[in-house]
Write a protein that binds this ligand. Sequence first.
Ligand code: ADP
Ligand code: MG
Length: 245
Amino acid sequence: MLELTAVTRVHGEGERRVVALREADLQVRLGELVAVMGPSGSGKSTLLNLAGGLDTPSSGEVQLGKDLISHLDAAGRAALRRRRVGYVFQDLNLIPALTAAENVSLPRELDGVGAREARAEARAALAEVGVLELADRFPEEMSGGQQQRVAIARALVGPRRLVLADEPTGALDSHTGEAVMRVLRQRVDAGAAGLLVTHDPRFAAWADRTIYLRDGVVIDGDRDDCPTDLLVGAGRGRATDDLDD
Ligand SMILES: Nc1ncnc2c1ncn2[C@@H]1O[C@H](COP(=O)(O)OP(=O)(O)O)[C@@H](O)[C@H]1O
Ligand SMILES: [Mg+2]
């Protein structure tokens, strides 16, 4: 579904040159949720932005389904993103003047889906994350956790096949965080590919596997030569119901 091949992203020039991602290879299949861990500044957001076509690589290729998105122009990438990619941003980016239902239906309407159908899809997505009762509320009338769920509903609305989440559980208590992970997991199990940036091993444990980033280099946590200092405290394998809080 998603394939990055030798992807490098360089920012700036001369003394300000930063290699945010270095020769990264990554494949995520449908039905697979991959957690991305690594220290601040290691390139996690850069990786997600490239995977979702928000950014283009300096070299290397990004393929989404049959499309080489690294070779599309900005308009082509925007269209592909609207149709296929759900993105949960670190700062939620809900539009304050729109209700929850309007926030969630907006990307579908932008993509040409009729208003009535978009509204029905939005309600289904809000129900999927357990906040249908918030449909007519504005963001300022919701708690942080409720806003987070609406942002996730917006990322999942319609037939998106790639879900990218950059620390979606960052501001949440552990109970709400688990609920968010359950929704992400369900959507991936239903036939999407997922990439999840998290600092919390308990959330990473919901993923099928974890990759680690250090100074822009991807290290596969399931490989035997993965540096052990990266694995300390990191979740490997699926979460269990009796996980402590
Ligand atoms: N637009 C940009 N211009 C210059 N440097 C950037 C830009 N975006 C990211 N970087 C740099 O690239 C590196 C990786 O950043 P980022 O992907 O945001 O890391 P993370 O999400 O892991 O904290 C950092 O050194 C950051 O300062
Ligand atoms: Mg980041």
